[in-house]
Ligand binder design. Sequence first.
Ligand code: PLP
Length: 387
Amino acid sequence: MVNLSARAAAMEPFRVMQILGEAQLLEAGGTDVIHLEVGEPDFATPDAIIAAGQRALATGVTRYTAAHGTAALRAAISDDYRRLHGIEVDPERVIVTAGASAAILLALAAATDAGDGVLLPDPGYACNRQFVTTLGARPVLVPVAPESSFQPTAEQIDAAWTPGVRAVMLASPANPTGTLLPPSELAAIGKIVRDRGGVLIMDEIYGRLVFGREPDTALRLVSEAIIVNSFSKYYAMTGWRLGWMVVPDSWIEPVRRLAQNLFVAPSTVAQAAALAAFEPETEFLLQARVNELEDRRDFLLSALPELGFQVRARPEGAFYIYADSRALDPDSEALCARILRDAGVALTPGTDFSPISGRNHIRIAYTQPRERLEEAVARLRRVLMTK
Ligand SMILES: Cc1ncc(COP(=O)(O)O)c(C=O)c1O
């Protein structure tokens, strides 16, 4: 037996990946599975980005870059904040990372010491709890309710800020709920965190995927917030592993040192490719995709109640719906297993996102074309209505 750390032994599985594995087994046996489990857009990486990546490879752009990313990409990201939000972000404050995942790790490593508490909304992105634990810090779950759009209120953050808490990590739109943090609440939370001498980490990975409104950034209201972002979702570049952070001046050097040691550098080819992400034609294509996601959301919101799923807070972005499934089964893991087996539809049980209310919820990722969603609803109707 090779020794295994308590940390590794205690790490929870990311259940969505298990469901994916089971779905793939069914597919290998000839079942047609509709994948609504994985948080990955069905859209391809835009052609201009792929072409830029191919040009980089063909011209030998394959060596390490600076640990915090190329000057060209950091400048392009800074320009994007100006164009989109009218905010000046010094490119020096941009740290390019291996996806939002690396950005979260760097942000938490910079913000916490062993034993420090990190406030995390529940339900929330499953991996956050594991990142915090891996660093020896303590996840402090803040249960969030549909009445506040599954986002914490300033009052809740204030009450949860017990001794030893150092940071709070939020996302807007959030995973698994797709809900937004209202600007007034964000500003109030920013003030509480400032008064406590803590760190606000805002995950804006879904920030461009919002419906019927302009994208926003927490930097507008909380200039010292640590921003986490990524090319994975809006730019459909999950497999390229590229993201970024925006950090305050005082964090530039320490986070660069952390990045140098933990990652050496983000992917060179991905950085070269991502320069094409900001071209107007790419932007045009990506906006059309946001409209398509909105149409899919609307379709599902109208179809889910008659199937027995209750959506108690309206998702305004990302590509997720978090639905109360209690009326169908008190155990969402059993429900998802049954639906996968009997209907060939892969959904994620809420237990990935919430130790507190996860048994009562499922997450649907509408990362399939409208026709496939219609087919999924028809299959669910057959299976759930004839119990
Ligand atoms: C809220 C949230 N943050 C971070 C990530 C990780 O993204 P990346 O592919 O950029 O590492 C995800 C992926 O699903 C996510 O949903």
